[in-house]
Design a protein around this ligand. Sequence first.
Ligand code: NAD
Ligand code: WQD
Length: 336
Amino acid sequence: MTVLVTGGAGYIGSHTVVALSEAGRRVVVLDDLSNSSERAVDAVRALVGADVAFVRGDAADVNLVSQAIVEHDVDEVVHFAAFKSVSESVERPLAYFANNMGSLIGVVEAMAGTGIGRLVFSSSCTVYGEPDEVPVTEASPTGAANPYGWTKLHGEQFLAQVAAASELDVMLLRYFNPVGAHPSGTIGEDPNGIPENLVPYLMQVATGQLDRLRVFGDDYETPDGTAIRDYLHVVDLAEGHVAALDALASHPGCTAVNLGTGRGYSVLEVVTAAEAVLGRPIPHEVVGRRPGDVARIWAGTERAEHVLGWTATRDLAEMLADHWRWQEANPDGFGD
Ligand code: NAD
Ligand code: WQD
């Protein structure tokens, strides 16, 4: 089997390329490097010791994607390529809709034109908006609170409609909060500028690159007042993609599946766990809530177990230890 991985030079993509190669698949990465480095592809090649083909370009370019599918005899696609910053999406909605919908349409059109039909799509727990009840299951109500979230929700709806009318079979994977890095410490998350997400920010405080972590709000209706999320190890998440491709043969049509651990941690619990892993305090202070944040969300994991035969196995301490190994060795990420 040969898999085309769009966005395969990025954070989740690079870890997924490793998992796919280890599972015996050949991989072709297509990435425009708009938020990543070709060094990530080199680091993946060094890890898997196998040839990983790389095509630099835009996933919205139907001709380019079609050419990659034909030239490399691609059978199936994992589509990561998208912009992912919530705050940037509020400032630049047009850029987010153009890139996230444009790249998805480009990929689906190229698949239809070349006659391949198995697709895994990167969705997000952001499609649950502010949930009334936790855990959220795939049947929970959906909604979006920002343009980024809308691109994921519209992406899901688009795929469901194309799948209903064609031979396309799709897994919509709704990721919760991926953190951590490959245990080698040679690939990991490499945010542009000041990180927006909790763990990358906290890790840059730990290296001394940033001064202190701001804890956004301690007046939520949660046990310690800080917001709760379902953090999952990026290697578990990567393995979920292999399971999803395997499951597509027996699950035609369009299926949404949560990828999370099924348990939540508060911001202060994450800080405490990171302090235990590092063996020293992490400077932090409580500030006001961040607009748009939900109080608590974690995944219902039954469908992932039944449909994919997948459960997350790595705990929060392992996520933080692995993230720290990468951050400490590569404080400036891939360095470009
Ligand atoms: P990332 O930015 O590290 O990876 C995305 C990759 O796609 C980058 O390498 C970027 O250069 C590439 N890309 C963007 N637009 C492209 C285009 N038009 N053509 C080709 N390449 C393009 O992000 P990530 O964290 O690895 O996220 C991967 C996917 O998972 C995204 O779709 C994101 O929305 C989704 N997701 C991420 C999270 C998270 O917390 N990281 C959570 C839920 C969903
Ligand atoms: C986690 C918790 C913050 C930074 C976002 C997207 C979501 C998905 C994952 C793509 C929250 C708190 C954070 C900081 C803090 N991405 N926090 N200080 O907001 O759950 O999800 O990334 O699909 O769509 O919305 O993740 O890591 O930003 O925040 O206190 O400096 O940490 O308030 O409670 P979030 P996050």
